[in-house]
Ligand binder design. Structure first.
Ligand code: 5GP
Length: 181
């Protein structure tokens, strides 16, 4: 395994290996399997960053469930969140009385999630919880009570890999890397 890699014009060092991600993902899936056993949850993945986590998480679920994806346009390639949110695409329109699990790659300031939750609640779902692979507690602007499942809490630093990009590069990396230099 390479401990240091280059993505675009920056160097990154290993942060969380794929093996650790898989172990933690199995633990979260076990929790979800127990807690949503008879609820036929609808998992809604937030693209693009969630794609690997969503796939690995759902492969470990053993309960009847449905799967959907949505997209929020934001975060234009740089290293810091602009907080500028645009639009939601593809949010399912039949969420009333459903048990929802929103699957995210990372919660940073929480602004994206706050925006998504506002839209989701308009449809009066039965329950809403969020499952995020990564969470930066130091960056969150206001607490999000729905954030029930967190893979790893990480410091307030930029990470790439396992779905997360740096200027659209690096999503295919199997480990998660942190920015260095
Ligand atoms: P928030 O709205 O919580 O500040 O940011 C959420 C979005 O910003 C994430 O879905 C992700 O696209 C992007 N983001 C936040 N922190 C990072 C990071 O460390 N690395 C990458 N690649 N994207 C991040």
């Amino acid at each position: 395994m390479m401990n240091t890699i280059e993505v675009g014009d920056r160097k990154f060092g290993i942060s969380i290996t794929n093996e650790r991600i898989n172990e933690r993902t199995k633990e979260i899936a076990a929790q979800i399997n127990a807690e949503y056993k008879d609820k036929r949850p609808l998992f809604i993945g937030v693209l693009n960053g969630c794609f690997l986590f969503m796939a690995d998480l759902l492969k470990e679920t053993v309960i009847p469930c449905e799967v959907a994806f949505m997209k929020v346009s934001s975060y234009k390639g740089g290293l810091t969140s602009t907080g500028e949110l645009k639009e939601i695409f593809g949010l399912p329109e039949n969420l009333q009385d459903r048990h929802l699990v929103i699957v995210e790659d990372i919660v940073d300031t929480g602004l994206t999630l706050k925006y998504i939750l506002e839209k989701v609640y308009l449809q009066q779902p039965a329950s809403v919880r969020v499952c995020s692979l990564l969470f930066k507690p130091e960056a969150i602007l206001s607490p999000i009570k729905e954030l029930e499942y967190v893979g790893f809490e990480i410091p307030n630093e930029f990470v790439v890999g396992y779905g997360l990009d740096y200027d659209e590069l690096g999503r295919n990396l199997k480990h998660i890397y942190r920015t260095i230099s």
